[in-house]
Design a protein. Structure first.
Length: 432
């Protein structure tokens, strides 16, 4: 594992951006998890609806802006100065947290859902800026390590936001604690955002296409027209699908297959998130700063083999099972082996996604880099939404989570042609 704090980490050209994006990802998941808990434990019943239906609606509305507005966000990020946009986006987040506090105070489900959708929209506009500005701030030999830090930080922020929301909602502070933390994080994120250095306009003469459907089509067509951008976007989107489905199945795996309680579910989610971070750093260490896709093929083989080992090792599904706390759970050697298998799966997933992001950033011309990131975000969202729908259908017709993860692991075979072509193109120094 590489040095967890590279030489550039504390520099002004990296640390403010890292803190800003970390707190943004943290807030998104803190607020979303708090809403899901509120819906599950009472609010759904009060409005006469099923919690599962409302939870999926909330998640769907959070993702929807990525489909609709990513292309517009990419255009704005390329046309205007990025650091100034960061400040406005973070001020937007402060406003949303204030409105969210009002929604929690009055337990207004429509208002809370609207704020969640607003957070999704805010994240949509921040994404192309975050990844688009990074190559302007970093030296080329630092870019892989910087992406590793960003990716690891994102997954840790997701985990922390989810855990702290649960702890706060279960404590005497409840929603008051959630809003206080979220508002504080938004304010600090705004202050750090103001410290991100100015990098100038990437394409000041760009004419913004206001029709979001036309701009989405144009940007996807542009990204799909070049081998390296198309292949890297497919690789990134596949790993986001892989990771999201693993995280969504963790509660059932931990509870109904392994007999763990809520603390064990949290442990497994933490293990997976930490694994992504370790894999991110490991890819940077192994590649030694070189922008390459050579780790993808062995990592895909590892994911396939691990899926088979996990399937064989996991006990069958049991609806009625005595639940163990963490201390009793980890006393079983088999449970520890399975946890290690999930950790390794996350590590190899992290080893794929970080080089892919770096390749996409490096191959795109500066004038349209943010629009390429926006196209990636659109495809990411489509993969995750499609994967969630497919998984829901499979589970509804009788597949277990254990079988679902096996099929997901074997499906990594589909990515081999993409990985091999991408590696070949990178080695030939193909550029768009």
């Amino acid at each position: 594992m590489t040095d967890p704090r590279p030489s550039f980490f504390l520099s002004r050209r990296f640390l403010p951006l890292f803190v800003t994006q970390f707190l943004g990802a943290f807030n998104d998941n803190l607020f979303r998890q708090a809403i899901l808990i509120l819906i599950t434990f009472g609010l759904a019943e009060s409005v006469g609806s099923k919690a599962a239906v409302l939870n999926n609606l909330a998640i769907g509305l959070f993702i929807l802006p990525y489909f609709l507005f990513s292309a517009l966000a990419g255009q704005l990020a390329d046309k205007y100065e990025k650091s100034g946009q960061i400040v406005w986006i973070k001020l937007w987040e402060i406003g949303l947290m204030i409105i969210g506090g009002i929604g929690f105070y009055y337990t207004s489900l429509p208002l809370l859902i609207a704020v969640l959708c607003g957070l999704g929209l805010q994240s949509t506009f921040f994404g192309p800026i975050k990844y688009g500005i990074l190559p302007d701030l970093m030296k080329q030999n630092e870019l892989l390590s910087a992406n590793a830090m960003i990716e690891a930080g994102t997954f840790v922020a997701i985990l922390l936001g989810t855990i702290i929301a649960g702890l706060s909602m279960a404590s005497g502070y409840g929603v008051t604690g959630v809003i206080a933390i979220a508002l504080g994080a938004a304010v600090i994120g705004t202050l750090s955002g103001k410290m991100v250095p100015s990098t100038g306009q990437a394409d000041p003469n760009l004419k913004v296409t206001k029709n979001i459907f036309r701009s989405t089509h144009q940007q996807l067509s542009r990204a799909w027209g070049f081998d390296i951008s198309r292949q890297s976007i497919l690789g990134i989107s596949w790993i986001w699908l892989y990771g999201s489905l693993h995280l969504s199945q963790m509660p059932v795996i931990a509870k109904n297959h392994m007999g763990g309680d809520e603390t064990v579910v949290t442990l497994f989610m933490a293990v997976f998130s930490i694994g992504i971070g370790v894999g991110s750093f490991l890819s940077s260490k192994l590649l030694k700063g070189k922008i390459s896709a050579r780790l993808t093929k062995p990592a895909l083989w590892a994911l396939i083999l691990l899926s088979v080992v996990i399937y064989i090792s996991l006990p069958p599904f049991k609806a009625d099972i005595e639940l163990l706390k963490v201390a009793a759970f980890v006393s079983s050697p088999l449970n520890n082996v399975i946890a290690i298998m999930f950790l390794l799966a996350a590590i190899f997933a992290g080893m794929i996604i970080v080089p892919m992001y770096t390749i996409l950033q490096n191959c795109a011309p500066r004038a349209e880099r943010s629009r390429m990131i926006a196209a990636n975000n659109i495809v990411n969202s489509g993969f995750m939404a499609g994967g969630a729908i497919t998984a829901a259908i499979m589970l509804a017709v009788g597949f277990t989570s254990r079988e679902l993860l096996l099929l997901l692991g074997i499906a990594n075979f589909l990515m081999f042609p993409v990985a091999l072509k991408l590696h070949k193109n990178i080695e030939k120094n193909t550029a768009i």
